[in-house]
Design a protein around this ligand. Structure first.
Ligand code: ACM
Ligand code: ZN
Length: 566
């Protein structure tokens, strides 16, 4: 009898919830859900049965199946033999924040953990992914591993979670031109994006230091344009020394590999936006096809960093043909509605002295005015031509903020990188903008003020706390009027950029990204009024164990120092 009473008591503790006792305990979830109300009690999920509604799409079903199989592996209890059920139901009515106009599919989800049932509702794949990620963060960290851990406490606290992202676009840029990442390394990067509930992978595929995407019509682009003779040693502001080692042979993606990455990302709810940076940052292409430059070269794939005066000639018809051909193949490879067409750091020196560029300026009737030079308007012409061509293929363009110097292509989304105010300027003009402001979101910056004891990095300092404190609506321009509510809706998202000039290998890449990426995720996802630094710090303590289990390198400064939000 005693045993029976004890059994009943244990049963009550493990599978039932006390609905009226709200707890102050908060789980260590990053990004933290918008709304979470905890009740007393827990539900044991070992051996939980999984039920999925018929109308779930196949990717959602696969994703949930994978979670179920991970769960039975780590709990060492066969699925369906336990007492609880985890049910996934399609529900478009899960409330949608009005601040996420970017992706049409529903990214919201709700979770109800009570009695013996965990009920997950979402409007599609992304919502289910985010719900599963939240559940994983509430379970023992061994869920991220592959080893059975039956000794861990496989219970979930009874609670109700209602969650939706602050921004529809939550991106990470990876530069694979300066230094390359293999397909497996890119997948590992995407895995961390998945944990961070991010949904856009901005793949910076071409630049002065190497062209890294196969274009069937121009095979020399990767055969020749991916290789450089040598690479600068040290910081580009001070060093003139090179390593003497060729770099880049075979370091490019075949079209099959691109498709593989796109499919992998899709299964994790991540859209891949390719970037072909133009008309500047094109030495990889110009070294291969010198006739596309104003002077005709010779050019070489750069082994140094910085901004090249040599850019695509905007006066030659061949340049436009080349861009159309390349982008035509890019459109076939990437299902994303958006294509990033660069537009940053394009000096006008060559165009000013190029008879063909000047002839184009005359032909188009472009003139200097008080705001910009005729050459700026020539760049606008290039961007607009490309945008028009892509629009015919059903695509929209994103371009760096320099596109504001002149005239933006109709419907172009602006990616602000130097200052918030450029994103705001785009929003005031009725264009969408993604904020990637370098002071807070460029993860190539130092993580410590003690630079001597750090690997070489971009010169400024960016601790986790500063990333976490980022506010996309603050303007550097003190006299600027705040954005109106309508203008704010044009700020569709936030993205962090990982430029690779000083990040040669993958372990170093992870060191630069983890744990700052967790702070990015929280800024992208969580409404500012719901942020809490101390809670985020506890979440990082847990995330550190996840990095250990999943084999990510990471920087420890946030644990070694007493960082505070700023
Ligand atoms: C950039 O950092 N040049 C976009
Ligand atoms: Zn020219």
């Amino acid at each position: 009898m005693r045993a029976f009473v004890l059994m009943l008591f244990t049963f009550a503790m493990t599978v039932s919830c006390c609905r009226d006792c709200e707890l102050s305990y908060s789980p260590d979830i990053i990004p933290y859900p918008q709304e979470i109300s905890l009740k007393g009690g827990t539900v044991d999920v070992s051996g939980a049965a999984i039920c999925m509604a018929e109308d779930l799409d196949s990717l959602s079903k696969e994703y949930i199946d994978a979670f179920a199989s991970d769960l039975s592996k780590v709990t060492a209890v066969e699925q369906g033999t336990g007492r609880s059920r985890i049910c996934f139901r399609m529900d478009d009515s899960v409330p949608s924040a009005d601040t996420i106009p970017f992706f049409k599919e529903n990214q919201n989800y709700s979770i109800e953990i009570s009695g013996r049932r965990i009920l997950v509702k979402a409007g599609g794949l992304n919502g289910f992914i985010y719900a599963v990620q939240t559940l994983k963060q509430m379970l023992p960290v061994q869920i991220y591993g592959t080893e059975p851990a039956p000794e861990a406490d496989w219970t979930l606290p009874c609670c109700t979670i209602k969650d939706s992202p602050r921004f529809g676009y939550r991106g990470m840029l990876l530069d694979v031109s300066r230094y390359f990442s293999s397909v497996d390394e890119v997948k590992k990067f995407l895995d961390m994006m998945e944990i961070s509930k991010m949904n856009v992978f901005h793949w910076h595929l071409t630049d002065d230091q190497g062209w890294r995407v196969e274009i069937k019509k121009y095979p020399e682009l990767t055969e020749k344009g991916s290789r450089r003779r040598h690479t600068l040693v040290g910081h580009h502001h001070v060093s003139k020394e090179y390593d003497g080692k060729p770099y880049g042979e075979g370091m490019w993606y075949t079209q099959d590999q691109i498709r593989e990455v796109v499919r992998y990302a899709e299964s994790k709810g991540i859209t891949v936006i390719p970037e072909i940076d133009l008309p500047g940052h094109m030495m990889g292409a110009l070294a291969t096809y010198p006739h596309l430059g104003c002077t005709g070269g010779p050019y070489e794939v750069w082994g140094k960093w910085g901004v090249s005066d040599d850019v695509l000639c905007a006066g030659k018809e061949e340049s436009y043909t080349f861009l159309r051909d390349v982008l035509d193949e890019i459109c076939g490879l990437f299902p994303s509605e958006y294509v990033h067409i660069g537009g940053d750091e394009c000096p006008k020196t060559r165009w000013e002295n190029c008879p063909l560029c000047q002839a184009k300026i005359s032909e188009l009737g472009l003139k200097d005015d008080q705001r910009h030079s005729a050459e700026h308007y020539l760049q606008s012409h290039v961007m607009k031509q490309v945008a028009e061509f892509l629009a015919e293929r059903g695509k929209k363009v994103i371009c760096w903020e320099e596109a504001l110097q002149g005239e933006l292509a109709p419907g172009a989304t602006v990616m602000a990188w130097r200052r918030n105010k450029y994103g705001h300027q785009a929003a005031r003009l009725g264009h969408d903008a993604v904020m990637t402001t370098r002071t807070h979101l460029y993860l190539d910056r130092y993580q410590s003020e003690d630079k001597k004891n750090e690997p070489l990095a971009h010169s400024s300092y960016l601790p986790v706390s500063m990333v976490w404190s980022y506010d996309p609506f603050v303007s550097e321009d003190k006299d600027a009027e705040p954005l109106t509510q309508e203008q704010k809706l044009h700020i569709i998202g936030i993205q962090s950029n990982v430029w690779r000039e000083y990040i040669p290998d993958n372990a170093h890449l992870e060191y630069m990204v983890c744990p700052r990426m967790a702070a990015v995720a929280e800024v992208q996802w969580l409404q500012p009024e719901n942020k809490d630094w101390e809670r985020f710090r506890r979440g990082l303590d847990r995330m550190r164990k996840v990095y250990d289990i999943m084999g990510y390198a990471y920087a420890t400064h946030v644990w070694d120092e007493d960082q505070k939000p700023q």
